[in-house]
Design a protein around this ligand. Structure first.
Ligand SMILES: Nc1ncnc2c1ncn2[C@@H]1O[C@H](COP(=O)(O)OP(=O)(O)OP(=O)(O)O)[C@@H](O)[C@H]1O
Ligand SMILES: [Mg+2]
Length: 494
């Protein structure tokens, strides 16, 4: 509709204008002199007005965006606003943004009203001129009344056609700007391109290797991750530990291919993650985002998000592994308990545990195992990578790895808020979470000298900057604790 109406007006305008001029001249040549003046004047008026309205119409768009942004922030952050008692401030902020929009919208509205009025003024002035010139001739019998009326009709049609054409032409630059933007979006290559033919999923336990990975966000001065090495072996839990902004989430995003490395290699069982199709990689790597997000629906629909065919038994099992079974079972509707958008109807901790459970519900890819559960939980040993946020001052950044359970923070007694488990069976076996230690040590050790050197990814922090940097092999960086600022790898044995 938006395209068709101006286009049809533009296409019909020349025919209407030329046809009108021919017919007008055919009915009376002397009166046609009015057209010589009226047409350029109408074109000039419309040209000037459209030139005046273009900047405010662009500004209107920008300010509408600003109002929407403020409004969205206020709706999203309504609890923070209330908690800090900043209602009045936010009201003023909205009023300012809205006032800006109103000012430019009023200016635009006035110009548009003036534009319509001036177009009619030109047409009516031309009609008055024709009547003034033709009237005496009709009285004198020099011109028939019917010819005068017809001429007035042609005149109106010609001028309307000219004005419509001018208005449509004025839309062309703006339409081109919009079309360029749309083309830009449509032709943007995805940052994480899909392989033409995805690599087959590895069978059996999976291990992760990060080799000399460097990544920087577009426009950032420095790389966030530089020459990072890391190995996460099957059956072990690997925790990535670092101060805030050190690049932990970035590293996990590289593993899950939410972003791609600039240099280096992230591989699963030796296969570059870029060779897996997006869906296949999602089957291998489950992500619990730092800010857990649940969709509106039910607990079951959220848990089945990545695996729509999962049975209720499998959901309960995932809930148990994520230590969410008890509170879900206590809800009157159990798995069918409604969840509001964003998961706002459950507590933050519950939301996090449900997000962990969701990552543990793995699509069934078929197996020879006899029971569904064993098929899911032994056949698809998917690693789950997520982040703990050890942001206390004094926490040393680094990698640590231990066997099968999320690291418990012995100093604070708190458990990891998010975790990395290499496979659900390992968690089930060794670790009902840090709240229920199994007697097996979950504390990361210093660099385990039993681990062969090539297995020991070591990162260090040079200076106060946030970048984790890798140490080369055999550079002596493996002794944890030698330097408090040096992150280390600790690895639990099997
Ligand atoms: N989308 C982004 N664009 C630009 N820079 C970013 C982006 N995301 C993160 N960064 C920067 O990259 C660095 C690492 O961020 P990252 O989120 O990986 O840190 P983190 O270790 O997970 O921190 P935290 O413990 O606070 O979660 C930070 O300096 C951050 O400012
Ligand atoms: Mg993070």
């Amino acid at each position: 509709m938006l395209v068709f109406t101006p286009l049809s007006a533009l296409l019909s305008a020349p025919f209407l204008a030329v046809g009108g001029v021919v017919l007008a001249m055919g009915s009376d040549v002397p009166l046609s002199g009015v057209l010589l003046v009226a047409i350029p004047v109408a074109a000039a008026v419309i040209g000037v007005i459209t030139r005046l309205t273009t900047p405010p119409s662009r500004r209107t768009q920008v300010r509408t965006d600003a109002v929407n942004r403020v409004l969205r922030e206020q709706i999203t952050g309504v609890r923070v606003i209330r908690a800090f008692g900043r209602d009045a401030h936010e009201r003023r902020r909205f009023a300012a943004a809205n006032g800006d929009l109103m000012a430019v919208a009023l200016r635009l509205g006035r110009l548009q009203a003036f534009s319509g009025g001036s177009a009619l003024l030109v047409i009516n002035l031309a009609a008055i001129s024709v009547a003034a010139l033709g009237g005496p001739r009709v009285v004198g019998g020099d011109l028939r009344l019917g010819a005068l009326v017809a001429f007035l009709g042609y005149l109106t049609q010609i001028l309307m056609a000219v004005m419509v054409a001018m208005a449509v032409f004025d839309m062309v630059p703006r339409a081109r700007a919009s079309a360029d933007r749309i083309t830009e979006v449509l032709t943007t290559e995805p940052g994480v391109p899909e392989p033409v033919i995805g690599a087959p999923l590895p069978a059996g336990p999976v291990g992760l290797a990060v080799r000399a990975v460097t990544f920087g966000y577009p426009g950032a001065e420095k790389a966030t991750a530089r020459e990072v090495d890391l190995v996460a072996l099957p059956g072990q839990t690997t925790a990535i530990v670092g101060s805030t902004g050190a690049g932990k989430t970035t590293l996990v995003n590289l593993v899950a291919r939410l972003i791609d490395v600039d240099r280096g290699l992230v591989s699963i069982n030796g296969v570059d993650v870029r060779e897996f199709g997006r869906r296949a990689l999602a089957d291998l790597v489950g992500v619990v985002p730092q800010r857990s997000y649940l969709f509106s629906g039910t607990i079951a629909s959220n848990l089945r998000y990545g695996s729509p065919d999962a049975t209720d038994d499998e959901l309960w099992h995932a809930l148990e592994v994520a230590q969410a079974r008890d509170f879900v079972a206590a809800m009157p509707a159990g798995l069918d308990t409604p969840v509001a958008q964003g998961g706002s109807t459950v507590s933050g901790g519950q939301r996090q545990r449900l997000a962990i459970a969701r990552a543990l519900v793995v699509p069934d890819l078929g197996s020879t195992c006899s029971t569904t559960r064993s098929r899911r939980w032994t056949r698809r040993p998917r690693p789950l990578y997520a982040l703990r946020l050890p942001t206390r001052s004094g926490t040393r950044p680094g990698w640590s790895s231990h066997n099968g359970c999320p690291r418990s923070d012995r100093r604070t007694g708190s458990s990891c808020s998010t975790r990395a488990v290499s496979r659900p069976s390992a968690r089930t076996r060794n670790c009902r979470g840090s709240a229920r230690p199994t007697g097996k040590s979950c504390t990361p050790r210093g660099n385990d000298e039993r681990v062969p050197p090539h297995r020991v990814p070591v990162v260090r922090r040079d200076g106060p900057g946030p970048e984790p940097r890798a140490r080369g092999r055999g550079d002596g960086g493996g002794r944890a604790g030698a330097d408090d600022r040096r992150p280390r790898v600790a690895r639990g044995g099997d």
